[in-house]
Each structure stands twice: as C-alpha cells, then as structure tokens.
Design a protein around this ligand. Sequence first.
Ligand code: AMP
Ligand code: GLY
Length: 423
Amino acid sequence: MNILILGSGGREHTFAHQLSQSPNCSKLFVAPGNAGTAKLATNNPLSVTDFEAVKELVLSEKIEMMVIGPEDPLVNGIVDFFSQDEKLKNVAVIGPSKRGALLEGSKERAKEFMSMYNIPTAAYESFTKESLSAGKEFLTTLKPPYVLKADGLAAGKGVLILESLEEAQQELENMLTNDKFGSAGNTVVIEEFLDGIELSVFVLTDGKDYKILPTAKDYKRIGEGDTGLNTGGMGAISPVPFADEGFMKKVEERIVKPTISGLETEDIDYKGFVFIGLIKVGEEPYVIEYNVRMGDPETEVVLPRIESDLVEVFQKVASGNLSELKLKVKNEAAATLMLVSGGYPEAYEKGKEITGLDEVENSIVFHAGTAEKNGKVVTNGGRVLAITSFGKDFPKAIKKSYQNAEKIHFDKMYFRKDIGFDL
Ligand code: AMP
Ligand code: GLY
C-alpha cells in the first residue's frame, strides 16, 4: 500500500526507515520531510496543518495509510477531518481524534481525566485571569519549587519550575494577564512538585486494546549534567534500566489500563500512540503528562527495537484488531545522540554543509533538521541529526554513537557528551 508520514523530524525519518522495510509498503511519502526521508520516500513540501493540501496529496497518490508524527495536526483535528470526508474515511490513519488529542492539547483536561480515573499524578488546581488572586493564594499553600503549566500547546516551553513564591506569583500573573504564552496560558495548572527520575512509556492502542512499547528515557536539557535550557531532547536510551518488571507492572495496572479504559468509557476514537511522561518517586510511578504521538528523540530508540512489520502493526491498530498482534522486540539496547546547531535552543544559523555522513559505521543516522541544497546536505533546524546505535546495554550502544559523531562535521556542531550519565 502507499503510505504517507506527516512531519519532518528525526521521528518521521525513523518511521520512514521502519515502514520502508516492510514488503507491504509500496510507495512512501513524507510531508514535508527532510534530506534523510528524501532518500527513502518522496517528500512533499506541504504544511502539516493544511488539511486540504494533505487531502489532495492523499487522493492524487492513492494513499491508504497515513501516520501523523507531530501533535499540531492532531490537536487541530486532522483525524476527524479524514473520518468525516467520504473520500478519505477509508484511509488507515494512525493518530487520535481531536477529543483524544486534547489529552496533550489541554493540561487541564489531562489532569481532569487522570483524576476521573484515579490515575496517579501530582495534586493540582487550575486558574484563569478571573481567579488570579485565588491562584496566588493557592501558591502560598504549596512548598517550593512551584510548578506552573500553561494549559495549551506551547511548543514544549509552557512549563515553569520556580524556586521562590514571589517569582511563582509574578509568573502566574504574566501567564494569565500578560499573555506570556499567548492563548495557551489563558488557563494555568499549578501542580505539586514531584521529586524523582523521569522516563517515557509508549503505548499503542486501537481504542480498546493496547501494546506497551519499549520504555525510553530522553535528555531534555542542553547542558551536561542536565543543566541549562530545555530542548526537544538531546539524546535517548531504551530500555530504561530502572523500569524493571515490578515497576512496569505498577505502570500497567495503575496507569495504562485505566487510561485506555477511560478513553473507551468516553467513547473517544483513539487509534495511535499514547506517550506517557512518567516520574518514579521512590518506587511509585506518577504521570507528569500525556502526549498523543511518539516522542522525539525517543522514537529513534524505540522503533528500531521493534522487529514486527510496522505496516502490519499499524493495519491492526487502524482496523481495531490490535489484540491479535504479537509484538516482537529486539533484546539489544539502543541509544541515540542528537547533534545540534550551535546556539540551539536559542537562535542558531541554518544552511551549514554537513560532511562525513558516508563514513558512519555500525549506527543509523536519522535526519532531524536537514535539507538538500545544490546536491549537498545542509542543516535546517536546531536539532540536526540523531545517531542511533545498538549494543548489549546502553553504554555500549552510546559509545558507537559517540565514535560516529566524531566523523560528522558541520559548523558550530554541538552534542552532549554524557547521555545516560545518571543511570
Ligand atoms: P511537561 O511539559 O508537562 O512534560 O513538563 C516539562 C518538564 O517539567 C517535565 O519533563 C518535568 O521535568 C518537569 N515537571 C513537570 N511537572 C512536574 C511536577 N509536577 N513535578 C516535577 N517536575 C515536573
Ligand atoms: N522528547 C520529548 C517529546 O517528544 O515531547
């Protein structure tokens, strides 16, 4: 069948890499894609939130399966757009409906959902402009640090963790009345701070049944030792050594099962990924957030460990037959290292020539922010390349990625040298 992947990052290149290996994949398209996906698929420069353009592409190329990478089109309702269109409704779409996507699109909705189904998460209250003074008062009842979350999508920047009460009260005011995060901050969730170690659990569901995919841990801060600004992710490993059988049993019973049955109870059309951001406090798992898509760079370590034919897996999801699937996972560990543009996550330059890609051995290079220019591969984003490797354990895997990073060059290239340091 002909397949379309929406998005342009390392996550989407990884999807393309896995799907293109399936004998069930005829023609593969990525929109907009990058220089890496161009080697495996046909890129199309459309915008992922331009649903009419997506429709045109799907019809003209006879696409039968569409996999949605990023959250924006999901939160904007692309799945509903497809299911309500006579010509598109038979396309197998991997991604939740708009109501499902609200678990990521609204932090307040996610918290209400968790409280409804007794899913462990930090205690919280939410506030709007009208209840600003109550919000400031609520902060005085909490111990520092203070966690403030803009309700809506804020490109991963909408969470503030503050040490002083005065600062927290001021930031709450900035979000609610000075539009600090635009309309995403019209409602702010204030949460109890949880002290623990984070990990990500990915669940694939057809809305009734589910499969838990390999666990992963990403490294979000720009600096070594988890310091400096937050990024989209500087590296990741899978599986997570501390997510042992006993811990994962708790995750499944207390979090995964009630999440999926909650979706079913509310009659939410959900055929796709649930990315559960977890924190382990002592031995207990708590949900930090839901995302309704795969993570990036977590995808670059999770998907390559899946040995089952990904087209078949997605067909079972789309047709509601996931219970029939026996998921095969590689025993080996995987690690990925992000090479980023100097300056990222703040201002950085684009268009730098990338060399050495052909010298890489024993790793897979997934392109994130790259483009082709005059036959050369150039940088086109903050996160540029993800180097994924396998090994008996993650230290062996990441070592290969570091060896290959030495062979790749572009002006002002930067990467963290301590992926996995805390494990
Ligand atoms: P989120 O966008 O909800 O994933 O939050 C971004 C980051 O803020 C998370 O990855 C955590 O490191 C941190 N964070 C969010 N909520 C809490 C919390 N309640 N306690 C401690 N850290 C948190
Ligand atoms: N790596 C975190 C995310 O994809 O949201």
